[in-house]
Design a binder for this molecule. Structure first.
Ligand code: PLP
Length: 392
């Protein structure tokens, strides 16, 4: 065994022992029995781990749009947006996103992760202040760290704490407050009104990563800012969750977008979003705007599933979103529970560092594709498995 493998094997063993080892789950071979073809053992899945809240990733119009884009543009963008890779499907989705979010402009990145790290670094740097929620997604944390600005972290959803951290605001040039809109692992909403008030009081900018709120919150799924009735300077989102595609975006002023095009390194120095992804997201947005009842269907099923989990005695974190975390606590126990759940549900154990120590959980998500008839079986199965796997 070489030196590298020896060092890494020790690290892997330590992670295995503490229940923090991560491995890829069984690959999905098909989503329906009809599609399974040669893949024996593929079964119809009722995914409870997906972020495809509205079931748009396999919508016929969305698939057709992706196929059509491949036929026209090929499989890749072939270069950075600033060189050969700027395609009409990019400007189409950007115009549609700006219209949907009610902003002057929008800019798409190959992933949401890249949208976060590039944008934060393009807005603040050394001498500036970042005020960031303790439960922010890793891409926001990494974006903050990469920027070189001073980072102050406030207790989750605690605008009073954020306010205390802003007491030293005047020592800094710019100040950016960063939060998620709908928190990805807890399923609760940011206190956006409180943060928007701080933005005014201290002369800060507000960035809201609404990866999970887009297509989910507010009238017609416009998102967390619209739902809270506030204006954020920088609205971030992904095409990869409720829009069923892949890619990230920033929506905001024309000036912001013009700045990011030349200053966000994760936009400049990477190949443009694949044409199929851009076209699929445009089609998904069309379906969402035409059929807002999908959002209602998802909300209704989420409320019911959440209520039934609670009734079954599971430790569900409170909230009103399709993200339904079932708290387990210990990472080894959470992994054991996840391993015993029927794989067709595709629910993984969420453990540190994704969530704080002692709060390992199953993160269940409700989608508009779930049916009332599925719920009883799901809840009874979860109840049984959780009660069978005792705390260590
Ligand atoms: C998923 C997620 C992202 C990253 O989006 P990708 O498009 O998957 O890279 C960013 N922020 C939050 C809050 C997320 O949940």
């Amino acid at each position: 065994m070489g030196d590298l493998d020896r060092a890494l094997s020790e690290e892997l063993a330590a992670r295995r022992e503490s229940g923090l080892l991560r491995r890829l789950p069984q690959p999905v071979t098909a989503y329906t029995d009809a599609d399974a073809g040669e893949h024996q053992g593929a079964r119809s899945r009722v995914s409870l781990g997906t972020n495809d809240y509205l079931g748009l990733s396999r919508h016929p119009e969305v698939i057709a749009a992706a196929q059509n884009a491949v036929a026209i543009y090929g499989t890749g963008a072939t270069g950075s947006r600033l060189t050969s890779g700027n395609l009409a499907v990019h400007s189409d989705i950007e115009a549609a996103l700006a219209d949907f979010k009610g902003t002057e402009a929008a800019l798409v990145f190959p992933t949401g992760y890249q949208a976060a790290i590039g944008t934060i670094g393009a807005l603040v740097g050394p001498g500036d202040l970042l005020v960031s929620d303790a439960l922010n997604h890793a891409c926001l944390i990494d974006g903050c760290r990469l920027s070189g600005a001073t980072i102050r972290v406030f207790a989750h959803n605690d605008a009073h704490h954020a306010r205390r951290l802003l007491a030293g605001r005047r020592a800094f040039r710019r100040c950016l407050i960063v939060t998620e809109g709908l928190f990805s692992m807890d399923g609760d909403l940011a206190q956006l009104a409180g943060l928007a008030a701080l933005r005014e009081e201290f002369g800060c900018w507000l960035m809201v990563d609404d990866a999970h709120g887009t297509g989910v919150l507010g009238d017609g799924g416009v998102g967390a800012c619209a739902a809270a009735g506030i204006r954020a300077d920088v609205q971030m989102g992904t095409l990869s969750k409720a829009l069923g595609s892949s890619g990230g975006f920033i929506a905001g002023s024309r000036t912001l977008v013009e700045h990011l095009v030349g200053a966000a390194r994760s936009f400049l120095f990477t190949t443009g979003l694949p044409p199929a992804s851009a076209a699929a997201a445009s089609a998904a947005l069309c379906v969402l705007r035409r059929e807002p009842e999908r959002v209602e269907a998802m909300r209704r099923i989420a409320t019911k599933l959440r209520k039934e989990f609670v009734r079954a005695g599971l430790n569900v974190l409170p909230g009103h979103s399709p993200i339904i975390p079932i708290l387990i606590g210990d990472p080894l126990r959470a992994s054991a529970v996840a391993a015993q759940l029927d794989p067709k549900y595709q629910v993984a154990a969420i453990r540190p560092p994704t969530v704080p120590a002692g709060t390992s959980r199953l993160r269940v998500t409700a989608t508009s594709l779930l049916e009332d008839a599925d719920i009883e079986e799901i809840v009874e199965h979860f109840r049984l498995v959780v009660s069978r796997v005792q705390p260590a």
